[in-house]
Design a protein around this ligand. Structure first.
Ligand code: UD1
Ligand code: MG
Length: 457
């Protein structure tokens, strides 16, 4: 096999997206489009990947650091001009160059490999990846002669009425003989409807030089979707989601309604876990086996053990052990570490909190900057008072502590093991081991008070 290079086009602003975010960084199932593309290229083990950056160059580079080399296209004068920026890195090399657009997030490595293979078999100087779509609006059309041989690609805006009726489109992915590509690029002009240097014009140029140009038509037109606006972005999300969800179901995960289950591309889920509709699993979330996650749950970078039951709750950047029950309507904020057999009930919020094995936080609780031991019971309405308006302080609770309802634990404070906090206490001092702390005003009953109030009636 000859050397294989890849150029990813990712310099455009994406005007049609009408967005502050650069087009190729718009996420599809949790990952920027261009990262999907480069991820698939990486599977091919090519010699070199060069990404053309321009708009948002620094941000795009951040996402692809270590995976690609970069060249800068300072002004976006068209896709041919974009490829030309890789000249210094590639021009004098022998081999085959694959060009892929950063806005086609659904393209798969198997398709790129098939394109390369076809290109070699045809001994072509250029091979276009094409497909047939029901609505070709916006795409470049593949113009073939009477014998069916590719003549050129004509952009939608430059196409005649007759050409616009062609449903075979340019997917924006191509293979070129590397030297022929750069020789032809030098001859591309910008004499067209958009005043841009079109990469597809390389086809016409190579044809005029009697070189062999081939077209590899793929069956699965969905893969070719080019995302130029938000409508296509939603469509790409739908297709990617179907792919991801199918893979989980084939791995033994039950999705009650896969069309309404939103799982990012890097999420892992164990066997026999059941996910209800309306659940969103983001980032690097990992869920173990035999869990049940009910509607409305939203996890971001959550690590969940086995046999965990989460009812309609949010979990962010936190870990949960085995046999835990959470919710409904709990919120585990970043750096919550929930150990095995814990029960977190309704309307409970934790943040930077460790909760020891077997501990129960059953209802209406806030525990922030807290370290809670094993077999603790925190009563309804209790709060770790962690913030004085300026700084945050820590609450430490030992093992086997019973915190009565509606207690305020004013941090910094330590409640040692085997203690009891009386309901309604505002604890401002440490509680020594085996003590009972009570910190509230004594009750006063004013006898006859109501009768006196009613005197004037
Ligand atoms: C392009 C093709 C069209 C094809 C379609 C497939 C051209 C002229 N047209 O159209 O035939 O059917 O893709 O989706 O190539 N870019 C740069 N620098 C530039 C211009 C674009 O890096 O100066 C990048 C963009 O960031 C994008 C990619 O190239 O990732 C394609 O550009 P875009 O403007 O989306 O081209 P399309 O109109 O979709
Ligand atoms: Mg496009």
């Amino acid at each position: 096999m000859s050397n294989q290079y890849t150029i990813v086009l990712a310099a455009g602003q994406g005007t049609r997206m009408k967005s502050k975010l650069y087009k190729v960084l718009h996420p599809v199932c949790g990952k920027p489009m261009v990262e999907h593309v480069v991820g698939e290229i990486e599977k091919l083990e090519v010699t070199k990947i060069v990404t053309v950056v321009g708009h948002g160059a620094e941000k795009v580079k951040e996402h692809l650091q270590g995976k690609s080399d970069f060249v800068m296209q300072a002004e976006q004068l068209g896709t041919a001009h974009a490829v030309l920026q890789a000249k210094d890195l590639l021009e004098n090399l022998d081999g085959v160059t694959l060009v892929v657009c950063g806005d086609t997030p659904l393209i798969q490595s198997s398709t790129m490999a098939a394109l390369m293979k076809y290109h070699h078999e045809k001994r072509a100087k250029a091979t276009i990846l094409t497909t047939t779509v029901a609505d070709p609006t916006g795409y470049g059309r593949i113009v073939r002669d009477d014998l069916g041989i590719v003549e050129k690609i004509v952009e939608h805006k430059d196409a005649s009425e007759k050409e616009r009726r062609i449903t075979e489109i340019n997917t924006g992915t191509y293979c070129f003989d590397n030297r022929s590509l750069f020789a032809a690029l030098a001859k591309v002009s910008n004499d067209n409807a958009q005043g841009e240097y079109y990469l597809p014009d390389v086809i016409k140029i190579l044809k005029s030089e009697d070189e062999v140009v081939a077209a590899y038509r793929m069956e699965n037109f969905e893969e070719s979707l080019g995302v130029n606006d938000r409508v296509a972005l939603a469509e790409a999300g739908r297709i990617m989601r179907a792919r991801i969800n199918e893979a989980h179901m084939r791995n033994g995960v039950t999705l009650i309604d896969p069309a309404h289950t939103y799982i990012d591309v890097d999420v892992e889920i164990g066997q026999d876990t059941v996910i209800e509709p309306g659940v969103t699993l983001r980032g690097r979330t990992r869920i173990g086996s035999d869990c049940v996650i009910t509607s409305g749950s939203d996890f971001n970078h959550a690590e969940i053990g086995d046999r965990v039951y989460v009812r309609s709750s949010a979990i962010e950047e936190s870990s949960v052990g085995d046999d835990v029950q959470i919710g409904p309507y709990a919120h585990l904020r970043p750096e919550s570490v929930i150990h095995d057999k814990v029960k977190i009930g309704n309307y409970v919020e934790t943040k930077k909190a460790t909760v020891g094995k077997g501990t129960k936080l059953p209802h209406f609780i806030y525990m922030g900057d807290a370290e809670i031991g094993q077999n603790v019971n925190v009563g309804c309405g209790s709060i770790a008072v962690n913030y004085d308006g300026k700084d945050k302080f820590k609450t430490v609770i030992g093992d086997n502590v019973f915190v009565g309802c509606n207690s305020n634990l004013v941090a910094p404070v330590t409640i040692h093991s085997n203690t009891y906090i009386a309901a309604g206490s505002t604890i401002t001092e440490d509680v020594p081991e085996e003590a009972m702390a009570i910190a509230r005003a004594r009750q006063v009953n004013k006898e006859g008070y109501i009768k006196n109030l009613n005197v004037g009636k």
